[in-house]
Write a protein that binds this ligand. Structure first.
Ligand code: SF4
Ligand code: SF4
Length: 87
C-alpha cells in the first residue's frame, strides 16, 4: 500500500525525507508530503518515522526485502545521521 501521512502527528523532523530511497518525500508548510504516484510502496518511510506519523500496512515482504537489500539499515542510518554533521 501507499503510506498515509498524518500531518497532525508530523513534527517536521525530515527523517522520512532522508530515508525514502527514491526521494519522493518533501516538506510543505513544515509537514512531510509525498509524490504518491511515484511511491514504490516499500514502507521505509513509515518504519523511519519517530512520531509514528506514517501509516503503512505491509502486504507482503517482497518490496521491503528489495529495498532493504539495496539500502541496508546502516547505510540509511548513515544518511540520516550524516545530516547532523557526523562522518
Ligand atoms: S519522519 Fe515522521 S515526523 Fe518526521 S517529517 Fe517524516 S512524517 Fe514527519
Ligand atoms: S513507501 Fe518507500 S518509496 Fe514510498 S514514500 Fe515511503 S519510503 Fe518512499
Amino acid at each position: 500500500m501507499i503510506p498515509e501521512i498524518d500531518v497532525m502527528k508530523c513534527n517536521g523532523c525530515m527523517i522520512c525525507v532522508r530515508a525514502c530511497p527514491v526521494g519522493i518525500i518533501g516538506m510543505f508548510a513544515k509537514k512531510a508530503v509525498m509524490l504518491r504516484d511515484l511511491c514504490e510502496e516499500c514502507g521505509i518511510c513509515a518504519f523511519s518515522c519517530p512520531e509514528v506519523a506514517i501509516y503503512y500496512e505491509l502486504e507482503d515482504t517482497k518490496s521491503l526485502n528489495t529495498y532493504t537489500a539495496a539500502f541496508p539499515t546502516a547505510k540509511r542510518l548513515d544518511a540520516i545521521l550524516g545530516q547532523k554533521g557526523e562522518k
